[in-house]
Design a protein around this ligand. Structure first.
Ligand code: C2O
Length: 226
């Protein structure tokens, strides 16, 4: 620890860790990216001339909802192996959360790469939500940091409200609590992206550099103990 990204993207294997019923995994555990991918292009922060405001879901206008539905339709219409397709976006979570890659570069091929229960949780999911953006350094990386600022434990946001929401939205009648109740399938659920944007809203100190912000909304639960 800290872990590095996989050096060879084709070293990916089926993502079966944490999937109790692999044979009936309705989303499939083959989450590897297509092997024809070219060299990744490093992200550069966008020029921000105007902040885009993300409203809370209960205050979306009909026009906004229509746009969202169109975007979903367009993503779903792309071939599965197009990196922008809905299927491919869903696979990303599966690949980095259910053991598709090992920490070979770190000299630990026996250890799997996982972006949960450690300080990779916030930066990984932030990048993922923005789809093509970079982590913001002004963020909390979870509690219990070690002297390097990393952590091998889940912070309270992750282990508490974050995980509770996954389990609550997942369907216990499905073999692996699909979709939200298992890492391998969570990325296929549209609510996953709302949920993680909200996690980011709670955690991230300065997102404005990336060109968007969240509309202020009430936090009634702050006053009530669970
Ligand atoms: Cu990678 Cu909400 O989990």
């Amino acid at each position: 620890y800290p872990i590095t990204a996989p050096d060879d993207i084709s070293s990916c294997v089926a993502a079966t860790d944490g999937v109790p019923d692999v044979a009936n995994a309705v989303r499939g555990t083959a989450c590897c990216p297509p092997s024809s991918q070219t060299t990744p292009v490093p992200y550069v922060l966008p020029p921000v001339d105007q902040l885009r405001v993300r409203p809370p879901a209960d205050r979306l206008t009909p026009e906004y909802i229509e746009k969202y539905q169109e975007a979903m339709k367009a993503m779903k219409a792309l071939p599965d192996d197009d990196p922008r397709s809905w299927k491919h976006q869903g696979k990303i979570h599966c690949a980095y959360c259910n053991g598709a890659y090992s920490q070979e570069m770190n000299g630990h091929p026996e250890l799997k790469i996982s972006v949960h229960n450690n300080s990779l949780f916030f930066p990984f999911h932030r990048w993922y939500m923005i789809a093509d953006t970079t982590a913001n350094p002004d963020a909390f990386f979870g509690t219990n940091p070690n002297p390097e600022g990393t952590s091998i434990f889940a912070g309270k946001v992750e282990s508490g409200i974050h995980t509770a929401m996954h389990i609550w939205v997942g369907n216990p009648r499905m073999p692996n609590n699909e979709d939200m109740g298992n890492f391998y399938s969570a990325g296929y659920e549209p609510a996953f992206y709302l949920h993680h944007s909200n996690v980011d809203r709670i955690d991230c100190l300065d997102i404005n550099k990336m060109g968007y912000t969240y509309e202020p909304s009430r936090l009634p639960w702050l006053q009530s103990r669970p």
